[in-house]
Structure formats: structure tokens, C-alpha cells
Design a protein around this ligand. Structure first.
Ligand code: SF4
Ligand code: F3S
Ligand code: FES
Length: 236
């Protein structure tokens, strides 16, 4: 299959502004976008910069904009795009460091603010081994444990584009993961943090985040559950 590729390029050490490189390639449509980028890097321009690690949708490092939609390059097949015109660009809302690599520090700063770890200073159960949880209690937050921190959601959110201090959907999903965990005791503090001007009320239910999530987390619903917990004080 012949495709026409438009690839975003920007090297702040050499360029005063971004530009696009154009490639015409004969490529197997069952290849992935990540394969396409590796092909460009291997045969056309070794300086093309992008992040990748696992190549199997697990590490979350290769989120980018593919024909205008945030996705993991290793999860999108060329034939899935249903066009021979492909545009690849970096995620929006974060500073471009080089080509498809963006500065993810603001994203992870927001993630750290919601204390993404189990908080419980109470003594361990008598057997000293583990804090047990029922299947139903685990199911309460199971959906938000699927997050791989790829940033596809947060960088698709207009509120985050306007203000990087907005916690963003990924941080809220990860707060949800602990707020509704029956073993955790940090819910009140996390809800206080998310009731701030940079917290959940910045969400205008745009749904871009839910559409972008490669793990199919119902993010907008998850955010609504956190909003409800703040409003009602209930963790049901
Ligand atoms: Fe990525 Fe989904 Fe996690 Fe957002 S919620 S960081 S889109 S896996
Ligand atoms: Fe943004 Fe998602 Fe809310 S795109 S406005 S966080 S529903
Ligand atoms: Fe790890 Fe794509 S390279 S998710």
C-alpha cells in the first residue's frame, strides 16, 4: 500500500519554528504506526525523535496525535486509519522537546499531587500479612487501575491546554483508584486537593479524554464519581 506521511519536526537547537517532513512510502497496511516511525528512522532519517519502549500497549510511552487523534503508536494499524494520508504530530498542551517528544513534567507533577499510593497507618491485621478486601470492594475501583499513564487523556482536554495546572483526567483517574479503595485512608485529603480551583471542577465533561484512552477507561464517569464524592461526602 502506498501512503503519504506528513511528520511533525522540530529541533529547538536548530529550528526557529516547527515544520513537516513529507514521505511517500510503500508499506504493509497491517504494520503499526510505530513500525512506520521505526522505518523512517532506520531508512530515511535517524534523527527523528519519538518515545517508545514496550511496543505492546503496556508502557504508555508512545502516545501521539495520529490524524488528529491521540493514540498509542504501537496500537494503531495503518489499515485502521482507512486512508492513505497519515499525519503524525506530538501531543498537544505540552512543550515539544524534539519532534514527537514532549515535556511530560507538568503531567507527572499533577499526578504526584494526588498522592498516588496507598495511605494507611493503622496496624496490620493480627496475622500481620495483608489487609483483605472483598471482590466487591476491589471492583469499586478496578476500572481506574488500568491506567498506564500515557497522557493521551490529559493532553486531549481543552481545560489542560489552557492551564497545565489543571489536575487533568489522568491524575483524577489515579486519585479515584485510591479514593475508592477500602484499604486506603487518604481519601479526605485527596478530595480536598481535587476540590481546589485546579481540581475536578475544571472538567466540563467534554469527553475527549474518554475517547482518547487506549485502556478504555470510562474517564468522564470516573471524574463524575469523584465530583459526587466531594459533593456528598460519600464513597459509595
Ligand atoms: Fe492513558 Fe487512559 Fe491513563 Fe489517561 S486514563 S493516562 S488515556 S491510560
Ligand atoms: Fe477534559 Fe475529559 Fe473533562 S476532556 S473537560 S477531563 S471529560
Ligand atoms: Fe509501550 Fe506503545 S511503546 S505503549
Amino acid at each position: 500500500m502506498n501512503i503519504s506521511l506528513k511528520l511533525f519536526r522540530f529541533d529547538p537547537e536548530k529550528d526557529t519554528k516547527p515544520h513537516y517532513d513529507h514521505f511517500t512510502l510503500d508499506i504493509d497496511p497491517s504494520e503499526r504506526i510505530l513500525d512506520l516511525l521505526e522505518h523512517i528512522k532506520g531508512y530515511y532519517d535517524g534523527a527523528v525523535a519519538f518515545r517508545r519502549s514496550c511496543a505492546h500497549g503496556v508502557c504508555g510511552s508512545d502516545a501521539m496525535r495520529i490524524n488528529g487523534h491521540n493514540a498509542l503508536a504501537c496500537k494503531v494499524l495503518i489499515k485502521d486509519l482507512q486512508t492513505d494520508q497519515i499525519t503524525i504530530e506530538p501531543l498537544l498542551g505540552l512543550r515539544v522537546l524534539k519532534d514527537l517528544i514532549v515535556d511530560v513534567d507538568p503531567f507527572f507533577d499533577n499526578y504526584r499531587k494526588i498522592m498516588p499510593y496507598l495511605i494507611n497507618d493503622e496496624p496490620l491485621p493480627e496475622d500481620g500479612k495483608e489487609r483483605l478486601q472483598s471482590v466487591e470492594e476491589q471492583e469499586r475501583f478496578e476500572v481506574s487501575t488500568r491506567c498506564i499513564l500515557c497522557a493521551a487523556c490529559t493532553t486531549s482536554c481543552p481545560t489542560f491546554w489552557a492551564n497545565n495546572e489543571y489536575a487533568g483526567p489522568a491524575a483524577i483517574v489515579n486519585a479515584h483508584r485510591f479514593i475508592f479503595d477500602s484499604r486506603d485512608r487518604g481519601a479526605a485529603e485527596r478530595l480536598r486537593i481535587l476540590n481546589d480551583r485546579t481540581g475536578v471542577w475544571g472538567c466540563r465533561t467534554v469527553f475527549n479524554c474518554t475517547e482518547a484512552c487506549p485502556r478504555e477507561i470510562p474517564i468522564t464517569r470516573v471524574i463524575a464519581e469523584v465530583k459526587n464524592a466531594i459533593n456528598t461526602g460519600s464513597l459509595k
